[in-house]
Design a protein around this ligand. Sequence first.
Ligand code: FE
Length: 200
Amino acid sequence: MTSPAFDALLEQARAAHRDIADIARFCPFPTDLRSSSFTAFHIKSADLMAADPVMNAPDAHPLARAFIAAGPQAQWRETYKNTMIGDDFMDRFACYCLIGQGGPWISDQMAGFVVYMPPGLHYTWHHHPAEELYYVLAGQAEFLREGADSKVLHTGDSSFHASNQPHAMETHDHPVMAYVIWRNHLGTPPVLTERTVDRP
Ligand code: FE
């Protein structure tokens, strides 16, 4: 089930995989895309992303606006429902899939998502067997990876997470939107990392 908004979004993603060096190095645009049926599912944090002025600002990447434009038709995710993560996170963290399970296209080569966090939100430590690249489309956030110093990333920056490397993300005074790409081990969802103690 595609639509003009999803078709436009897919073309922006294709351009990103061609034109942005960090993304092109991590994963070429898939050659095996096929459309997939899904039903739209709305969560209230989707409205936060759509209304956020930082996501709609002129310096946001065009892919950010394309993710907002297709948002009303997307199947928004509730990845951490019924976990220890808490209601505030569920109410304010927003994510949907463009390529992969629950999205309009699927591929065996990669999955591609949008992730949005408003200011003042902590996405606690988690991990997954897929290798992952976060590319910041708008705003900024502090990225934490086990075994590395934390760093604040801005629009145009990226963060690589190795297979099963615990990672976390925190927004402070600004929101963030990122394009998230997975490669390898696409079928295993993320889980919260119990053995890593959060910073005080
Ligand atoms: Fe991750």
